[in-house]
Design a protein around this ligand. Sequence first.
Ligand code: CLF
Ligand code: SF4
Length: 298
Amino acid sequence: EERQNHQRLQERIANHPCYCAKAHGKYSRIHLPVAPRCNIQCNYCNRKYDCSNESRPGVTSQVITPQQALERVKLLRERVPNLSVVGIAGPGDGLANPEETLRTIELVREFDPELKLCLSTNGLMLAPFVDDLNGLGVEHITVTVNAVDAPIGEAIYPWVNLNGKRYTGLDAAAILWQRQQEGITRAVELDAIVKINTVFIPEVNATHIMDITRTVKELGVFIHNIVPLICKPEHGTAFGAMGLREPEEWEIDAVRNAGTAVMGHFSRIMKHCKQCRADAAGLLGEDIDLQTLTEQER
Ligand code: CLF
Ligand code: SF4
């Protein structure tokens, strides 16, 4: 039975460029930047720019409406090679903008039910929306988990906003992880294929990453994606101002290799992430220039 489940899973991810390394030079994804607001603060984020959970600080994606997002999908379906996935990855958090996010997903689904739907979130509001997402056919969910221990989380998240109240300190980190766990657990129950992103932050969560891998594996997560902190001073992030360094490549390699053993045979560590923009479109790392494309269209 395990073999059959594995087979089914392989089929479901076979044309997802992030979940399946073999698919990434072949199939394209589009990100639709419909979600401007965010409900937490990460110290590696510059709020003027894209969510750095899935994308880089220092690039600004222009926010579009759900209707414009649909137009973009229509335009790009013919222009990018083998479009298979439509994702929402900011520029804020998709679920801090639930109306825009759910409406966009609905429109894309109506337009072409064959397109895979993908959402990346900080997880604060995943539990309350995961059933709706499932109902709309969202099969791929990414949650950014940078700590499964409040004292470590406290150094990464200065605050979270929940139901009109702002939490700080240990409370903020504990609430975020609690909610992330609930959301991830429910997503797995609903048979979503869950990916965890973790930002490798030297001297903050680096030695904690194995614990994260082990913990999320136990929750039934399929893939763990560990990405390097981006924090040059010019990116204007809190970590940049604190003088934190970006990790060396060998540090990332080491933690990914260690994680591979933990994830085992039926789940995996992602190694080909390109830390995409919130408006990325095309093959991973070979995005098309939307500006030029729109000008050509006129
Ligand atoms: Fe986009 Fe993310 Fe879906 Fe992929 S990106 S929402 S899972 S369709 Fe992919 Fe880009 Fe890395 Fe993200 S390479 S940043 S992992
Ligand atoms: Fe920034 Fe994304 Fe963190 Fe929100 S979740 S603070 S947009 S990095």
